[in-house]
Design a protein around this ligand. Sequence first.
Ligand code: BTN
Length: 254
Amino acid sequence: MTTFNPIIGNQIQKLQSVASTNEFLQKEIKKGADLKEGYVVVANSQYDGKGLENNNWESAPGLNLILSAYLKPSFIEAQDQFLLNKLVSVSVLDFINSLSSRTSNKIKWPNDIYVNDRKVSGILINNTIGGNDILYSIIGIGININQLTFNSDAPNPVSLRQIFKTELNLDECLRSFLEFFNKRYNQLKSGDFRYIEREYIDSMYRYNEWHLFNINDKGVKARIIGLGEFGRLRLVLEGNTTIECDMKEIKFMI
Ligand code: BTN
């Protein structure tokens, strides 16, 4: 029998309303709160939810999962921090896959979760680095569960309720997601990164297909072939040149 040691969610603080759960945890730490690894903050609503690249994260009150977890992944070197993006993406994907395997559930690089070409979840990871170590990591996760209309200009948002045509229980979703998150975290901690690496690559949105991308403000046809150093996206262009891009350099055209 395998022993299962749940770390993430050993303590869960529920907040009614907060600007941003990531920001909340960051402030607690700055104030000197002695948080145990795995501390999780869940909010009913956020009024200044943060997304990647200074975007906002839209989430209607009481309808979705909004949470941040405090991790101390001391077994990962700072230069390998993209492993955390893989870990969380794969964990969210596990959760979505457990609900339906009939839909096309994918990880859009670097860490959006897409179902049938629409974004159901976003992840925002804030790492605090000291030398070559990750001192701590705040892992923010938004999963659209029951929201039926989206008002922001975010591209392609969708909720699980819109996809599955049925309302889901938020507490049950949280419990189930944390179970997958813990399993994957233990897998990473055990030192064998290959399962998560493999699952991430196998589940990449538009992997190995020719598509039009916006690369440095130009429409370019390219094919994703994997990841480079620091989690950069590796693509091949027509004519067989291989390039690597970071988030500022490339946009998917969907
Ligand atoms: C993105 O796709 O741009 C990332 C969105 C991340 C949203 C989550 S919701 C919980 C946590 N708190 C925040 O302010 N943002 C993250």
